[in-house]
Design a protein around this ligand. Structure first.
Ligand code: PLP
Length: 391
């Protein structure tokens, strides 16, 4: 039988593998700081809205591209952020998470032979999404320690085959918030080379330093930008699978067709609860941000004290650490060996840095990522477990 080869072009998720390993080695007392899901509750009103929707028998298919009420709620929230009106009828498609949203965005707009530019380190799905769409990702490194763009490298990565640039701001795994000047330069490149911009903004409401700017709201970008976001992170409901893509009407028409054939639609009662979630609005976002800032301000200095070199991330809930000196001190060869030691012996799951870079480039060998979307007591426990690493 001739097996499909596209899936061989990308690796299994190391993040999910780490989750399996911590559950296997330390089922009762391990701490999973590999996968970005919170271990605390979603807001009560949101959970109650989901229960009420199920009891009201919202059991059948919703409109394939999202209930009108959820699309209106997304349009209202995002229009306020952008300072521009967004049409719930023509520009919004609700999908099963930002994950599906990015995939259908690329499937709808890329053809075999196309190329897309992806910044590295990157969130795990963008490369596979491009490959599934038949396109080739071209990686451009963000340069540590401040994760800046080398503009010559970015310009050189754009070829006659390039169809788009994938952006993720606020950024996983670095916590970088792309500033307005950077976004304006990327916008100029998109317009000069007639490119789409695929932008994943799922951490838009978790910014501690600086300001989140949506590239779609910059002049000349609305008509070429596919903005992906979702409710997973903002409302601590990663298992509910609610995300969306905002795109120009002619692109939305295409991606709704793809979405219809991929998942047909997100869970109807959970979409009803998504409306209640978004209605919590700005005061909720401010509170969420404050709570994450407190976690960051505890966890980052604690990691530094243990010998992990890191900067406080400006956004999101990840800390990318430079572990070169720690590897030397422990006599370990690379990031994978350190992540292996931590998950087996110490009982803390992390993600080796190389996972966030293209394979075989050597990039990320002295980096390691922790998440801090956990209760304070979970973070304290992790720090306690990691104590043997302290000098
Ligand atoms: N995009 C980024 C940048 C992420 O970090 C994650 C999860 O870690 C996702 C998307 C996944 O979002 P969803 O749960 O909505 O599929």
């Amino acid at each position: 039988m001739n097996l499909m080869r596209n899936a061989d072009l990308f690796a299994d998720s190391v993040i999910r593998e780490m989750t399996l390993r911590i559950n296997r080695y330390h089922p009762d007392d391990g701490v999973n700081l590999a996968q970005g899901f919170p271990d605390f509750s979603a807001p009560d009103v949101v959970k109650q809205a989901a229960c009420a929707a199920i009891m009201a028998d919202l059991n059948q298919y919703a409109t394939t591209w999202g209930t009108p009420a959820l699309r209106r709620a997304i349009a209202a929230t995002t229009s306020e952020s952008w300072g521009q009106d967004i049409s719930p009828e023509d520009e919004i498609t609700v999908c099963c998470g930002a994950t599906e949203s990015m995939l259908v965005a690329m499937l709808a707009t890329l053809n075999p032979g196309d190329e897309v530019v992806v910044f590295a380190p990157f969130y795990e799905n963008y490369g596979p999404d491009a490959v599934l769409a038949g396109a080739t990702p071209r990686f451009v490194p963000l340069r540590a320690p401040d994760w800046h763009i080398d503009w010559d490298e970015l310009t050189a990565a754009i070829t006659p085959r390039t169809r788009g640039i994938v952006l993720n701001t606020p950024h996983n795994p670095t916590g970088k918030v792309f500033d307005r000047a950077e976004l304006e330069r990327i916008a100029v490149l998109c317009q000069e080379h007639d490119l789409y911009c695929y932008t994943d903004e799922i951490y838009e409401y978790m910014v501690y330093d600086g300001e989140h700017v949506s590239i779609a709201a910059l002049p000349g970008m609305r008509e070429r930008t596919l903005t992906v976001s979702g409710l997973s992170k903002t409302f601590s409901i990663t298992g509910w699978r609610l995300g969306y893509c905002i795109a120009p009407p002619e692109v939305t028409r295409l991606l709704r067709k793809i979405h219809d054939n991929v998942t047909c639609g997100a869970a109807h009662p959970l979409q009803a609860a998504g409306v209640a979630a978004l209605e919590l609005g700005r005061p909720y976002f401010a509170q969420l941000c404050q709570e994450y800032r407190e976690r960051r301000d505890y966890f980052v200095p604690a990691l530094q004290g243990l010998g992990f070199a890191c900067r406080a991330p400006a956004s999101a809930y990840y800390v990318m650490c430079e572990v070169g000196p720690l590897l030397d001190r422990l006599g370990l060869p690379d990031d994978r060996a350190l992540a292996d030691l931590l998950v087996r012996e110490i009982g803390v799951a992390t993600v080796p840095g190389t996972y966030f870079y293209p394979r075989d480039t050597g990039l990320g060998r002295d980096e390691l990522r922790f998440v801090f979307c956990k209760r304070m007591e979970t973070l304290r426990r992790a720090v306690e477990l990691l104590q043997p690493l302290a000098v």
